[in-house]
Design a protein around this ligand. Structure first.
Ligand SMILES: Nc1ncnc2c1ncn2[C@@H]1O[C@H](COP(=O)(O)OP(=O)(O)OP(=O)(O)O)[C@@H](O)[C@H]1O
Ligand SMILES: [Mg+2]
Length: 340
């Protein structure tokens, strides 16, 4: 018997973990702070608090980039040390990892290696497509539904998944996410107001104004640096400018949703029309995003209850159900042998 079972959803912005023994879920920022290029100063939420506020010799790093692991050793260190004493992974445990679909086998394999080669010596590691886990996370029996379209708006990626009859039908990963919007807002503020704001200020602006709603005349005063006089100042930013900055990326997302539906087999597409489009991922909390997608695509749109935790909730349900567990597969199966 394994010592414990964990469900892992590794996001570019936040790591989400389900611990079976404690029957609890928690999340922490996927960030590490490094001094002089070698020494680790802080990890997780603590490191994130230093983001854009550190002296020159401290680097705040996101070990994942666009949904995949880009700095393997940092990611491994982070996962092992992120876990405060009471949460540390028990040796010889079992892991179920939600993985993106539209990435290379090597990139998928990295999620597996990360856990297998950690100091916590995994007993068994299995994976499931994140879209499938999210469908289960929403309380829908993915084996019985003909078709569901799940759009996971994450921090660095937007993953579109058509799932049905117990598996993935179509999948597409876009390199657009919350951080793309943050950069777009930052650039807009610099261009229009000669004013420099941090990434977190940009995030606060878009979270406040979202995509639709309000009377369109709202504004927010933010702190930053005036580039003309070169000193810290305050600047009023209107909601219309924030929304305009996000427009292009949003249009790419909706046009990709449309294209994916066009490629979907007719019977599955009929089921999607009936069930609507489900939004998951932290960015689906953006005010008005659901109504915007509804208006552009003409499909009904629902937002998952806890959108950022939807995948890990699916993992929780799979770990606790023998039947649902069958939807995951081991990376030690025949199919995966060739790559080792
Ligand atoms: N209330 C909110 N309104 C808008 N955006 C939000 C809100 N809450 C969180 N977010 C955004 O959600 C994103 C994080 O979501 P999530 O945890 O799903 O991403 P992730 O899984 O880490 O990233 P990815 O799936 O791209 O690898 C961040 O960009 C954050 O700004
Ligand atoms: Mg995610």
């Amino acid at each position: 018997m394994a010592r414990n079972i964990y469900g892992l959803d590794l996001g570019t912005y936040e790591i989400k973990v389900y611990d079976k023994k404690q029957d609890s879920t928690w999340k922490e920022k996927n960030v590490i702070a490094i001094v002089d290029g070698k020494e680790i100063l802080a990890v997780g939420d603590e490191a994130y608090a230093m983001f854009e506020r550190t002296p020159g010799n401290v680097e705040v790093v996101f070990p994942m980039k666009e949904g995949v692991i880009s700095r393997f050793t940092d990611m491994q260190y982070l996962l092992q040390n992120l876990l405060k004493k009471e949460r540390r992974f028990t040796r010889g445990s079992e892991y179920l990892i939600a993985v993106p679909t539209d990435v290379t086998e090597v990139e998928k394999r990295a999620f597996f290696d990360l856990v297998v080669h950690s100091t916590a010596k995994a007993k068994e590691v299995s994976i499931v497509e994140r879209g499938v886990a999210q469908c289960i996370g929403m309380g829908i029996d993915v084996r019985k539904t003909k078709g569901m379209l799940i759009v996971d708006f994450g921090a660095a990626t937007t993953e579109l998944s058509v799932v049905g009859s117990g598996g993935m039908v179509l999948n597409k990963m876009l390199k657009i996410g919350g951080m793309t919007f943050d950069v777009a807002v930052q650039n807009m503020v610099r261009r229009n107001y000669d004013f420099l704001i941090g990434r977190q200020t940009a995030e606060a602006l878009r979270k406040r104004f979202g995509v639709l709603g309000g009377n369109g005349k709202a504004s927010m005063v933010v702190a930053g640096r005036n580039l003309v006089v070169g000193v810290p100042r305050y600047q009023e930013i209107p909601s219309s400018a924030v929304r305009a900055a996000m427009k292009e990326s949003l249009e790419t997302c909706t046009s990709q949703i449309g294209q994916l539906i066009e490629r979907t087999p007719p019977e599955v597409a009929r089921s999607i029309r009936k069930n609507g489009i489900c939004l998951t991922g932290g960015v689906s909390r953006l005010p008005g995003l659901d109504r915007y997608i509804e208006a552009v695509t003409g499909y009904p749109v629902h937002v998952a209850a806890k959108p950022d935790l939807c995948a890990v909730e699916g993992l929780r349900r799979m770990i606790n159900s023998k039947e649902l567990k069958k939807l995951s597969y081991s990376m030690l199966d025949e199919n995966y042998r060739w790559i080792r």
